[in-house]
Ligand binder design. Structure first.
Ligand code: TYD
Length: 140
């Protein structure tokens, strides 16, 4: 698997008033945060994602509840991460295929992105994704 795919742990500054978790761009995540979106109300059997991004990097954090994300690198490697703690997240570099699934009823999946939304940089066909990965590898 791409060695840059990794779980991140964020600083916690909770006290007797409750929890507080900090996520700063270029500090706690390795990019400037240009976009956030969040996913909730997905049934347990739903599979989301099912795409790779040519430019966007992401950090996914289950700020409530839990879900899983299966990541693939287009070279035959596949890893499943469980997202179930609000102070941890998974970093996904560009050109990583991701499927999010197994959403708990209370799941709120917060997604931070390095880019504004541009549908043209999404690859939604797995075969096309593998072709582009192979093309990039052959250019290195
Ligand atoms: P989609 O990428 O299918 O969501 P997910 O991968 O999380 O399952 O996005 C669903 C719709 O929302 C699709 O029509 C594109 C749109 N969308 C935006 O307009 N802006 C965004 O930042 C995102 C993530 C999606």
């Amino acid at each position: 698997m791409n060695e840059n795919v990794k779980m991140l742990e964020f600083p916690q500054r909770g006290d007797d008033r409750g929890h507080l978790v900090i996520v700063e761009g270029m500090k706690d995540v390795p990019f400037e945060i240009k976009r956030i979106f969040y996913i909730y109300g997905s049934d347990a059997e739903v599979v989301r994602g099912q795409h790779a991004n040519r430019r966007s990097e992401f950090v996914l954090i289950n700020v409530a509840g839990k879900s899983k994300v299966r990541v693939r690198d287009g070279k035959g490697n596949e890893v499943v991460f469980s997202l179930n703690r609000p102070h941890t997240g998974i970093y996904l570099p560009r050109m990583i295929w991701k499927d999010m699934y197994d959403f708990s009823e209370d799941s709120v999946l917060l997604c931070l992105s390095s880019e504004h939304y541009d549908g043209n940089e999404y690859i939604r066909d797995y075969e096309e994704y593998v072709r582009e990965v192979q093309k990039e590898s052959s250019q290195i």
